[in-house]
Design a protein. Structure first.
Ligand code: ADP
Length: 393
């Protein structure tokens, strides 16, 4: 009700969000230290894992439950209290999670939520980054704000983990299974109406399969139902706000001005408000705004490529590096392309990458650190090494 995604997707997000709490509650029991052989017989080298201290979480509106628990769960499991600043468009979900924490018996002060309007974000961010009590910032949001927080955190050399923007390539090779690729595209592009940092942003299709894939994608996309999130028939809800909608329109009209051809959709939806038609457009190239920036809306923009080398070059032609999607049945190619993509994650023959057990995160300007998995727990722990000497009598 707060964010607008269809109810089934909202339920799935709540399970995903709860998954972080379950998983890190277990993994917290395995924050093992280490004993390292010393070069001296009368010393022992012992490695301890300790909580970082007071942490801050700053979260976006697109996954208002899961982005909170993806930070909160490892923070708590590692022994850190948190001050959480949810997005101004979705504070109620964060407050509901805090209430559940209170009911579950979290001691007072362990989880604290600070809400504010859009205009308050800079002041809250400045306090969280300049207050000496805060030792770590975990942020998910835009690359611009992530860079600002990184700069601000530098003042006290605070630990920072950042999950920032993406510009994901979705690469379909000639030998791919068209149905698998199209099914994956439905999830990778149209889930949450395309408002995901992992969303496929640049669709690269090899010449030999191009017509089949594009025809099937346009046909499936044309059947998607846009509507109220509580209407069971809806596949897509509204976009978050008018600014989000204006960005989608700007990206699309830029591509159409450059010769892009709309195969389905292309306009604001007849429902009005911030609903937009699921859209497939061809003619994407490196001069388009969509090539450089993530659209964050329900527009699949497609271009063709010749060979594997060209696909990898096109895919890596971005400052971002969150996830790459790859469709092929050639196992050698799976390895070559997975290793060559400059991304933190690769999805092969599937449209999904997220899960509490896997390390989510990006390279290049998509972020620092990982969330989820044992690697995600490390991000909320300090290593302390104790050199224990004088043991010989
Ligand atoms: P989006 O474009 O997805 O809204 P933002 O990066 O603007 O991404 O927002 C993500 C989160 O960062 C939100 O909670 C927002 O309020 C917060 N935020 C925005 N500006 C700042 C800032 N200057 N300092 C700290 N947090 C900020």
């Amino acid at each position: 009700a707060e964010q607008g995604k269809p109810f089934d997707e909202a339920r799935a997000e709540v399970c995903y969000a709860a998954g972080f709490l379950d998983w890190f509650a277990e993994e917290g029991r395995r924050t093992y230290g280490d004993v390292i052989p010393s070069s001296s017989a009368d010393t022992r080298i012992v490695v301890l894992k300790q909580p970082v201290g007071v942490t801050a979480g700053i979260t976006p509106w697109n996954l208002p439950a899961a982005m909170v628990t993806r930070k909160l769960a490892p923070a708590l499991a590692a022994g850190n209290p948190m001050v959480l600043k949810p997005a101004p468009f979705t504070p109620l979900t964060a407050l509901a999670i805090m209430e559940l924490g209170v009911r579950a018996g979290l001691p007072a002060g362990v989880l604290n939520v600070v809400v504010g309007d859009v205009a308050d974000a800079a002041a809250i961010g400045a306090e969280l980054t300049s207050n000496r009590t805060v030792r770590k910032i975990g942020f998910t949001g835009s690359t611009a704000v992530g860079k600002l927080l990184l700069e601000q955190a530098a003042g006290q050399v605070k630990r920072v983990s950042l999950e920032l923007g993406g510009n994901s390539p979705f690469i379909v090779f000639d030998d791919a299974d068209v149905k698998t690729a199209v099914d994956s595209m439905m999830a990778a592009k149209f889930r949450n109406a395309g408002q995901l940092c992992t969303a496929a942003n640049r669709v690269l299709v090899q010449h030999g399969i191009y017509d089949d894939f594009v025809t099937a994608l346009a046909e499936r996309t044309g059947r998607l139902v846009v509507g109220h999130g509580f209407d069971e028939a809806s596949h897509l809800g509204p976009l978050i706000n008018e600014a989000g909608l204006a960005k989608v329109e700007r990206h699309l009209s830029d591509l159409v001005d450059r010769g892009g051809k709309v195969l389905t959709g292309g306009h604001r939806h007849a429902l009005g408000h911030t609903f937009f038609e699921p859209t497939v457009v061809t003619g994407l190239d490196a001069s388009a705004v969509m090539w450089r920036e993530e659209t964050f809306g329900p527009v699949a923009a497609i271009t063709a490529f010749g060979d594997e080398r060209e696909a990898v070059e096109l895919a890596n032609d971005t400052d971002y590096g969150l996830v790459g999607f790859v469709y092929t049945r050639d196992v050698g190619r799976v390895w070559r392309v997975s290793e060559a993509l400059e991304t933190g994650m690769v999805a092969v023959n599937t449209g999904r990458v997220s899960g509490e057990m896997a390390p989510f995160g990006g390279v290049k300007e998509s972020g620092l650190g990982r969330e989820g998995s044992k690697y995600g727990l490390e991000d909320w722990l300090e290593i302390k090494y104790v050199n224990l000497g004088g043991l010989n009598s």
